[in-house]
Design a protein around this ligand. Structure first.
Ligand code: MLT
Length: 304
């Protein structure tokens, strides 16, 4: 395919690396040098020797890469690739809580804008949220933002009391108990892997007590090592491409085939090509914001 060849040619010419999130379109995942979750991508962005990073993902992820790598050029192929969860919270929401809790600790999910991260003490991803929160001091109030379903999951697993912000990812929030019930009836022998951002939240454990609450990387790892042959998957469907590639002998069934993030899917192969050709769109974070957000992000990449 000419488009693929052109992407690869330009990538070499620009000394670029393509990093893609597991929710990206299959053809975009296929041209990437690295495919992963936000934690893996942030680490890869730090590690790469490339001068240019084409970020096939959504805006906050490209921002994260830019904050961790002020000396590299970070490109986002489509500026409209946003995130409903990141958009749900404003810096004012954090400031208001801090005013009421001067001793408090703010834990920000990586799905936030740089201005919100700049006000946080530590960032987390779904892969390390439990571990990070479990290590926090026990005598201070904690504000977990912005995903309430992930926050409730972290509170349950760690036994910590968390103040939750009422934010949600519209795609995951749309995955509810009724979807699980249908799949439970159809595939009683399958293992269930559920993303903690899902709207069925902890209630899914009443329906299916042995369901595994996992981040996308956790799903890939689990599916590879588990004995089961059939897995029901509750998250954005982009992950199915990776799961089938990494565990080809197993079957993966989406709990909701239309759990599709339209923002992730804004990044097409053609836009990746144009991004490399025209060096667009450069993501820059104002230095003052970046410096503050960097502390919280470095704490994140260090754990898990
Ligand atoms: C991420 O961290 O990339 C998203 O929450 C998806 C996941 O890996 O769980």
């Amino acid at each position: 395919d000419i488009l693929i060849q052109e992407v690869l040619r330009l990538k070499a010419e620009r000394q670029a690396v393509i990093l893609a999130h597991s929710y990206q379109l299959p053809e975009v995942q296929e041209v990437a040098d690295f495919v992963g979750d936000s934690l893996g991508l942030a680490r890869e962005a730090q590690r790469t020797k490339a001068k240019v990073i084409v970020f096939a993902g959504v805006h906050f992820m490209a921002e994260t890469a830019a904050i961790l790598n002020p000396e590299k050029t970070v490109l986002l192929p489509d500026l409209e690739a946003g995130c409903s969860l990141a958009d749900s919270i404003r810096p004012e929401d954090i400031l208001a809580w801090k005013q009421d809790h001067p001793e408090g600790i703010v834990v920000a999910y990586v799905n936030t804008k740089a201005e919100v991260k700049a006000l946080a003490d530590v960032c987390v991803t779904s892969a390390n949220a439990v571990e990070v929160v479990a290590r926090l001091p026990k005598d201070r109030p904690i504000f977990f933002v912005p995903d309430m379903f992930l926050g409730a999951h972290v509170a349950r697993v760690t036994g910590r009391k968390l103040d939750l912000f009422p934010g949600e990812c519209h795609v995951h929030a749309g995955i509810r108990e009724e979807h699980l019930k249908v799949l439970l009836e159809k595939h009683p022998g399958a293992e269930f892997m559920i993303h903690p951002e899902c709207g069925c939240g902890s209630s899914c454990l009443f329906l299916k007590p042995d369901a595994k609450m996992l981040s996308t990387e956790g799903m890939v790892r689990y599916a590879k090592k588990a004995e089961a042959k059939e897995f029901v998957v509750a998250t954005e469907v982009g992950i199915l491409h990776r799961l089938s590639k990494e565990a080809p002998e197993k079957t993966f069934i989406p709990v909701k085939p239309d759990a599709i993030c339209e923002y992730m899917k804004r990044i097409t192969l053609e836009k990746v090509y144009l991004s490399l050709k025209e060096m667009r769109h450069v993501i820059r974070v104002p230095e003052e914001v970046a410096k503050k957000a960097q502390r919280a992000l470095e704490a994140m990449v260090a754990v898990g």
